[in-house]
Design a binder for this molecule. Structure first.
Ligand SMILES: Cc1ncc(C[n+]2csc(CCOP(=O)(O)OP(=O)(O)O)c2C)c(N)n1
Ligand SMILES: [Mg+2]
Length: 342
């Protein structure tokens, strides 16, 4: 069968995963949540401008996928990009400073919330148009293959993880890129974060086949549905997909079922989603869920968890101090960075 892959032991990764990795995933999710909570505070205090889209609730998807990637693998995001960047290792102070529009931000203060970018972390953005990142991710995956097959690079094939929403999956770029990725066996993982809503449009009202992972069948790649509120389940799906991609067998489509705990953006009063629906998803908070798992199974002590909580708080406070005290871009540099220096 064309797309059948031999995976390493299908014994659940849950049993193989070390306490250190579990705690690092807990920290990564908590960092993302705390970062976003602080963004909301700073936005309403007038420290940030433009649209700011928070990721709260979806952390298990970012952590579960990105923390299984290598440092030189690529991540491509959407306008809901802060937490993906943090998981990929972009320092929180550089992301926060970017949101403040400061010269010290990872995009030199020129991008803002929707245009987080960091070449050293192989973080490809940050895109305001939906679906816009999918062909960019495809390009990154193509250069990985080219580097290996044409330029003779001996290092492991670099994998690209491409994140986008359920709404974006109705967009033509998604289908075109699935086609090309399978045709050329590109090392890319398409991660649809199905948070059930595209601004105020409910997913089931806008798509012909609401089970997005089944759309993979039409193009001949594996489609995996995963509980996006369970970081261990996401990690397992990611590991299988990364293994397949790195081995040169091609792309995988992962549909992570998740939910955003806040409005579409900080300008959205969030009046269209029912209280009942919100409460049902809040009860499945991925961070609380992992914490309970850790404590119930004695993977770590309450003291260890408290120490992580404190270290995250300190990191966020430092990011704010750094951002507040950083300089604005200089007016004389208005056109700087528009074109690459040659
Ligand atoms: C090409 C394009 N069309 C329309 C918009 C306006 N728009 C911004 S966000 C959004 C909804 C996207 O929903 P989804 O892909 O599910 O991502 P989520 O916001 O849920 O993370 C739309 C239609 C846009 N940014 N780009
Ligand atoms: Mg959505």
């Amino acid at each position: 069968m064309k797309n059948k892959v031999i995976l390493p032991s299908t014994v659940s990764d849950h049993f193989l995963i070390s306490p250190e990795i579990i705690l690092s995933m807990y920290r990564d999710m908590l960092l993302g949540r705390s970062f976003e909570d602080m963004c909301a505070q700073m936005y309403y205090r007038g420290k940030m401008f433009g649209f700011v889209h928070l990721y709260s609730g979806q952390e298990a998807v970012s952590t579960g996928v990105i923390k299984s990637l290598n440092q030189d693998d690529y991540v491509c995001s959407t306008y809901r990009d802060h937490v993906h960047a943090l998981s990929k290792g972009v320092p929180s102070r550089l992301v926060m400073a970017e949101l403040f529009g400061k010269e010290t931000g990872c995009s030199r203060g020129r991008g803002g919330s929707m245009h987080i970018f960091s070449a050293p972390h192989h973080f490809l953005g940050g895109f305001a148009f939906i679906g816009e990142g999918i062909p960019v991710a495809l390009g990154a995956a193509f250069q990985s293959i080219y580097r290996k097959q044409v330029l003779g690079d001996k290092t492991p094939l670099r994998v690209t993880a491409c994140f986008f929403g359920d709404g974006a999956s109705n967009n033509g770029q998604f289908f075109e890129c699935l086609n090309m990725a399978v045709l050329w066996k590109l090392p890319v993982i398409f991660v649809v974060e199905n948070n059930q809503w595209a601004i105020g449009m409910a997913h089931h009202r806008s798509t012909s086949l609401p089970e997005i992972h089944k759309k993979a069948n039409a193009f001949g790649l594996p489609g995996i549905e995963v509980d996006g509120m369970d970081v261990l389940a996401v990690r397992e799906a990611a590991n299988q997909s990364i293994y397949r991609a790195r081995a040169g067998h091609g792309p995988t489509l992962i549909e992570a079922l998740t939910y955003r705990f806040r409005g579409h953006s900080l300008a959205d009063p969030d009046e269209l989603r029912s209280v009942r629906q919100k409460e049902a998803w809040l009860a499945r908070d991925p961070i609380q869920r992992l914490k309970t798992h850790v404590l119930d199974n004695s993977i770590a002590s309450k003291d260890q968890i408290d120490a992580i909580d404190l270290s995250v708080k300190i990191e966020i406070d430092n990011a704010i101090e750094f951002s507040l005290s950083s300089p604005e871009p200089d007016v004389k540099d208005l056109t700087r960075y528009l074109f690459a220096d040659t």
